[in-house]
Ligand binder design. Sequence first.
Ligand SMILES: Nc1ncnc2c1ncn2[C@@H]1O[C@H](COP(=O)(O)OP(=O)(O)OP(=O)(O)O)[C@@H](O)[C@H]1O
Ligand SMILES: [Mg+2]
Length: 222
Amino acid sequence: MSDRSGGGGIFVTGTGTEVGKTVVAAVLAHTLAAEGRGVAVFKPCVTGLDENPPEADHELLRRAAGSDQSDEQIAPYRYGPPASPHLAAALAGEEIDPERLRAAARDAADGADAIVCEGVGGLLVPLAPDYLVRDLAVDLGYPLAIVASPGLGTINHTLLTIAAARAAGLEVALVVLTPWPEHPSEIKESNRETIAAVGKVEVRTLPTLDLGAPETWPQLSW
Ligand SMILES: Nc1ncnc2c1ncn2[C@@H]1O[C@H](COP(=O)(O)OP(=O)(O)OP(=O)(O)O)[C@@H](O)[C@H]1O
Ligand SMILES: [Mg+2]
């Protein structure tokens, strides 16, 4: 599969948890689906289901992609406690099996024209005690989209994530700053330019979206 121009696959990571990975992954998936492609989505592990989020990550991704994958096919490991995957698995008396993740992602990709994967937390979050999100990204081989906040502190977090990605041989296709205000401050504009210049990376922005109205979302591809 080609890994450019919206074909193949992309792995959406971020500078941390709750930065907008699911939103960005959903927009990438929706863009591909709107072009008429069959889109699969994948998330190795979902935690925090006990907290009754309005829509869990795998559900929002499935809807955005127009996919008919099952919960199991999108997210092979799903846990109630809002904990890191390795801890949530341990609390359930399990350990996440990297081979099961790789096989599930391969199966999902085989059934589609393109696949959008969302990581968990940031790149160095353990899925199993000796298997990080970054290891899965390397095993899957897709380029990365790195999601980050626009505001103060983001230069360091984003450049650290880019460095951790490139140290493992991963390609960083783009950085996405979200949510990007209609009238960005000088700091946010400077953050965007600085990350692009120092990180030698393409930086895009995503405005605040109505998550319930995908037809109003902008297009985003890599
Ligand atoms: N462009 C945007 N438009 C609307 N809401 C946004 C946007 N970017 C981020 N958010 C909001 O930020 C919050 C976190 O977003 P999201 O759930 O995508 O983060 P995440 O990185 O996937 O989190 P997790 O680590 O739990 O998977 C959500 O409440 C989401 O609605
Ligand atoms: Mg998410």
